[in-house]
Design a protein. Structure first.
Length: 232
């Protein structure tokens, strides 16, 4: 076990199934970190009860949503968008208060996230050895969240499916999750990255940033769309 502290952010709505994943992954991470802090945005009562039953070694679980830890449902509108951003700011403040005296060296992000979650981890891990964005999906196209993670110089760990394999070249711009999507396998891939030399991880993260800037930046995107419009 190393002396490092690890912050794991689970974005999105946590139900009983995802709570079981949290328990399995956290148990493995706890074997290599002195302390694990799990930050959860939203969770159902049933899932919260499941987590409360378990005794995770050297693990602190923080619920970042309201005093009533329930799943919130939002309609897609400008008002709901503003509510989401306000919620992120509140969560950021709560997390800052919780870990201000014990900042983690490693940050791992699980789930479907957006830029505030990545920047949040960056803020709390200024001396972080790495920031990992994990995207285990069975079927997908090209998620914007992966491109956003690239832009934030995050290490992206994802399944080689759909358009993901077009932007991630294993060990070049990111890393693949091979095999099953069982929590134990995903956790083992995370642990493997924790043992990669930090200089190499920095190189891969910069490759990802350069890739997204070259092919998905404003100029490149504008040029592609212009070609489509004026070719007809």
């Amino acid at each position: 076990m190393s002396n490092s502290n690890t912050l794991v952010i689970f974005e999105g709505n946590i139900n009983i199934t995802r709570a079981a994943h949290i328990l399995k992954i956290s148990n493995i991470i706890a074997h290599i970190s002195k302390k694990v802090t799990i930050a959860i945005s939203r969770i159902t009562y049933e899932a919260l009860l499941d987590l409360a039953k378990e005794q995770l070694p050297s693990t602190n679980i923080i619920i970042l949503d309201s005093k009533q830890p329930v799943i919130s449902h939002y309609k897609y509108s400008l008002l709901s968008w503003l509510k989401e951003w306000i919620l992120h700011l509140i969560q950021l403040l709560r997390l800052f208060i919780a870990i201000r005296n014990d900042k983690p060296e490693n940050a791992i992000i699980m789930g479907t996230i957006n830029i505030p979650a990545i920047l949040l981890a960056r803020l709390f891990c200024k001396r972080s050895k790495m920031l990992i964005f994990v995207f285990p999906s069975r079927a997908d196209g090209l998620p914007n969240t992966i491109l956003e993670a690239f832009a934030c110089e995050s290490i992206v760990l994802a399944t080689p499916i759909g358009g993901i394999s077009d932007v991630i070249k294993d060990n070049v711009t990111g890393y693949y999750i091979y095999g099953s999507l069982e929590p134990i396998n995903i956790a083992n891939h995370i642990l493997r990255l924790l043992n990669v030399p930090k200089d190499r991880l920095k190189e891969v993260s910069l490759n990802g940033k350069r890739f997204v800037e070259k092919y998905y930046g404003y100029t490149a995107t504008l040029s592609r769309r212009g070609n489509i419009i004026f070719s007809h």
